[in-house]
Design a protein around this ligand. Structure first.
Ligand code: ADP
Length: 479
């Protein structure tokens, strides 16, 4: 059987959690594949995905697009190579799923409720699965009110057992699905943070730089050693609030398999005498033990303002401590401090000297296309009103290509999201998230009066009728 090697790139935002791989026509031809076929993907590990066609701008680039979960299942990251070949997957008689241990403790709980198996099955129907795979379930039932919607939307389940075993299997109506009570171990790192590059709309160039500066040295210190270049200790992300600075930092940590340590600037300086320095020291110590690590200091200007602006003794001591800690860091590249600020010129210049925070990346306000991507991300898994289904009737059925139908359905929603993107100039990511949540809340309020909440839970047939309408969005926009 023919196989080819291709370079891994991140998935399109709307593809997150859908278990698909995007291939260009050249690869499809070479491997004799059509959309909907199943492939084996081999990196350090073996996994599987369903084939979809790549968008035109990706043709002839020698790349595949797979999401963070498939990348983890294949044991690869962006920029690395995977080997692809076509496989025939027998129908699964049985699939046993379990939650990773890390998700039980403090992670988002399974909120599928009584209809769990049904809901899960609907998500993974016609998908190929290989034992050991992480299968993300995008949970549209979860409360849209949680603070970080992006991370709570996705619930990763692990395929702990399949029948038949030792082969890639296909989930069908006939597959019996079992949710094991006991969590699985060994996926702590893989599901530590579920923030991925697919959760970030726009910022393509910025992500590329962050990857070069942070991810590369963490993963390939030998390269930097060989070329005798020093990986950075500190990077400043600067730009208006709500543009995705924290998001990028979390994503780069997750994608590099690094631990994430968060420091809120204002909180640190608000401590009692001596406590602030102690706290900083502690976090640096933990991060060093936990390396590779990302230490994220939000609103770093509050810790280390320009000295001429410094009024308090506390700030002066905290800056001194931070400088000492930075200068004392020896694990070059394995521990990286990312500082975020709205105004880069408000930071103590001593912090920006070589060997300290010597790289700066500007995170700007999104343009129309970026806003469109961000809207797609935040409405992922959300039922939205579509334009009238224009039936091309029989033809669609004859073609029976699920991928095409799905794409058509998506395009109808997308047209409206594009229209919204055009009308939301000046909105940053956080504003767009708020807009989507407000629209969803309006939808909820509208539906509440005729829901029988005494008889919980709301049955699936009723749930299906609840969709966020364009009017909900229009009203939310008027707020
Ligand atoms: P910052 O750190 O720049 O103030 P955050 O990263 O905390 O902003 O953004 C707050 C929230 O807004 C994020 O959790 C995310 O849900 C949303 N958001 C912001 N920027 C983006 C983006 N570029 N793409 C997708 N979501 C975004």
């Amino acid at each position: 059987m023919e196989e080819i090697q291709l370079k891994v790139e991140k998935a399109y935002p709307i593809d997150l959690g859908r278990g698909i791989i995007r291939l260009d026509p050249t690869a499809l031809l070479k491997l004799q594949l059509s959309p909907g076929d199943i492939v084996e993907i081999r990196g350090k590990k073996k996994t599987t995905a369903k084939v979809w066609r790549a968008d035109r701008q990706d043709w002839e680039q020698g790349i595949v697009r797979i999401d963070n979960f498939i990348r983890q299942n294949a044991g690869v990251s962006i920029g690395e190579k995977v080997t692809i070949k076509k496989v025939e997957a027998p129908e699964a008689k049985k699939l046993i799923l379990a939650l990773p241990e890390s998700m039980i403790q403090g992670g988002p709980e399974l909120q599928f409720g009584e209809h769990a198996n049904e809901i899960i099955k609907r998500h993974i129907l016609k998908r190929p699965v290989f034992r050991g795979d992480i299968i993300p379930i995008i949970n549209s039932m979860s409360q849209p009110m949680t603070e970080s919607l992006t991370t709570s939307q996705v619930i990763p389940l692990v395929a702990v057992e399949t029948d038949p075993a030792n082969t890639i299997v296909l989930i069908t109506e006939a597959t019996s699905i079992e949710l094991r009570k006991k969590p699985v171990q060994g996926y702590e790192k893989a599901t530590r943070g579920v923030t991925t590059y697919e959760d970030i709309g726009g910022l393509g160039q910025e992500i590329m730089r962050v990857r070069e500066i942070i991810e590369m040295p963490m993963k390939h210190p030998e390269l930097f050693g060989h070329l005798n270049i020093e990986p950075p200790k500190g990077v400043i992300l600067h730009g208006p609030p709500g543009t995705g600075k924290t998001l990028i930092a979390k994503a780069v940590a997750n994608e590099s398999g690094a631990s994430f340590h968060y420091i809120a600037g204002p909180e640190i300086v608000g401590k009692f005498y001596g406590e602030s320095e102690e706290r900083l020291r502690k976090i640096f110590e933990e991060a060093t033990q936990d390396a590779p690590s990302v230490i994220f200091i939000d609103e770093i200007d509050s810790i280390a303002p320009k000295r001429e602006n410094v009024t308090g003794e506390v700030e002066r001591r905290v800056v001194a401590q931070l400088l000492t800690l930075l200068d004392g860091m020896e694990e070059r590249g394995q521990v990286v401090v990312i500082g975020a600020t709205n105004r880069v010129d408000a930071i103590d210049p001593a912090l920006r000297r070589p060997g300290r925070f010597d790289r700066e990346i500007h995170i700007g306000v999104p343009d129309t296309n970026d806003r469109y991507e961000i809207l797609q991300i935040h409405t992922r898994g959300m039922p939205i009103e579509r334009d009238e289904e224009v039936g091309n009737g029989g033809e669609a059925e004859i073609e029976a290509d699920e991928a095409t139908l799905e794409r058509e359905r998506k395009e109808k929603t997308n047209k409206y999201l594009m229209y919204l993107a055009e009308r939301t100039q000046g909105f940053v990511g956080a504003d767009l998230l708020a807009l989507v949540q407000e629209a969803a809340m309006r939808c909820l309020r509208e539906n509440l009066p005729d829901l029988d909440l005494e008889k919980e839970p709301v049955p699936p047939e009723r749930l299906e009728k609840i969709v966020v309408t364009k009017k909900n969005f229009e009203d939310a926009l008027m707020e």
